[in-house]
Design a protein around this ligand. Structure first.
Ligand SMILES: NC(=O)c1ccc[n+]([C@@H]2O[C@H](COP(=O)([O-])OP(=O)(O)OC[C@H]3O[C@@H](n4cnc5c(N)ncnc54)[C@H](OP(=O)(O)O)[C@@H]3O)[C@@H](O)[C@H]2O)c1
Length: 235
C-alpha cells in the first residue's frame, strides 16, 4: 500500500459508473481499491490495472454473499490504516411490473442495494475516521416527494434505495459512526447497462461530477441526499 496517497474503496468497478469513477480517481492521483465480483474483471478494469499498476488494487467482493463481505472487510482492515472515501456504488435494478411482483425481485434488490452496503460499512468500521466520506449511490427514484416513474416497474428497486437513504441518515446520526461523513447520492440517469442507451448523461461526465462533489463534501452535509452536482434532493 502506498501510504502517501489517499485511498478509496469503490464497489462495482467492473463496468458502468463504478468503472468511470475508478478511472477518474486514478487519474486524480488516488490509490483505488476497486471491487469486482468473483471471476468478473472486465477488460476495461484490467486495462486500468495495466496502466496504473499498484495504484489500483483489484479485490473480489460479492455484496450478496455474507462470507465474501466478511473476507473483504478482514483483508481491508488488516492492510489499511485509513480510508478517505468509500463509495457503495455497486447495485442492481431488478424490475418487475405490478401484477407480476414476486418475492425474489424484492429480495434481490434489497440484498444488493441495502443489505450488502450495510454489512460492508459495518465490516469496514475500524477504518472510518472523522475525515472518511461514505457515499451511498442512490437514485432519484428514491425521492418520496418527487415520486418519479410511479407507473414503471421500478418499485422494488426504488424502495430498496429509499431504505439505503434511511440507513445513510441513521449512520450519520448514530453515536458510533457519526464522526464520519455519510451521504446518499443520486447519479441521475446515466448511459450504462442499467441506465440504457437513451440516458442523457455519460459515465465520464457523471464520474467527474461525483468526484468534485465528494471532494467538496463537509461534515455539515453528513446525512444528506444529493445529486451528483451537490444539489439537495427532497427526501
Ligand atoms: N445508470 C443509471 O441511470 C443509474 C441511475 C440511478 C442510480 N444508479 C445507481 O448507480 C450505481 C451504478 O449503476 P450502473 O448504472 O453503473 O450499473 P451497472 O452498469 O449495471 O453496473 C452495476 C455494477 O454493480 C455490480 N454489482 C451488482 N451486483 C453486485 C453484487 N452482488 N456484488 C458486487 N457487485 C455487484 C456489477 O458487477 P458485475 O459487473 O459483476 O455485474 C457492476 O459492476 C447503482 O447503485 C445504481 O443503482 C444508476
Amino acid at each position: 500500500m502506498n501510504k502517501s496517497k489517499q485511498t478509496i474503496i469503490l464497489t462495482g468497478a467492473s463496468r458502468g459508473i463504478g468503472l468511470g469513477l475508478c478511472q477518474h480517481y486514478l487519474q486524480s492521483g488516488w490509490q483505488v481499491i476497486a471491487t469486482h465480483r468473483p471471476a468478473s474483471i472486465s477488460s476495461g478494469l484490467q486495462a486500468l490495472k495495466d496502466q496504473h499498476g499498484e495504484d489500483l488494487w483489484l479485490a473480489e467482493l460479492d455484496l450478496c454473499n455474507e462470507q465474501s463481505i466478511h473476507k473483504f472487510a478482514v483483508e481491508m482492515t488488516s492492510q489499511l490504516t485509513q480510508l478517505a472515501v468509500l463509495i457503495n456504488n455497486a447495485g442492481v435494478s431488478v424490475n418487475v411490473n405490478f401484477g407480476d411482483w414476486e418475492q425474489a425481485s424484492f429480495l434481490s434488490n434489497f440484498n444488493a442495494n441495502l443489505v450488502g452496503p450495510a454489512l460492508l460499512i459495518q465490516g469496514l468500521y475500524p477504518l472510518l475516521s472523522e475525515t472518511t466520506k461514505v457515499i451511498q449511490i442512490s437514485t432519484g427514484l428514491a425521492s418520496i416527494q418527487e415520486n418519479i416513474g410511479a407507473d414503471g416497474p421500478f418499485d422494488a428497486y426504488a424502495v430498496s434505495k429509499v431504505a439505503l437513504n434511511l440507513l445513510t441518515v441513521r449512520l450519520a446520526n448514530r453515536e458510533q459512526t457519526k464522526k464520519s461523513i455519510f451521504c446518499a447520492m443520486s447519479p441521475g440517469w446515466v448511459k450504462t447497462d442499467m441506465g440504457g442507451e437513451q440516458a442523457p448523461t455519460s459515465v465520464t461526465e457523471v464520474s467527474k461530477q461525483i468526484y468534485t462533489t465528494v471532494e467538496k463534501l463537509t461534515t455539515a452535509q453528513s446525512g444528506t441526499y444529493l445529486d451528483s452536482t451537490g444539489q439537495v434532493i427532497p427526501w
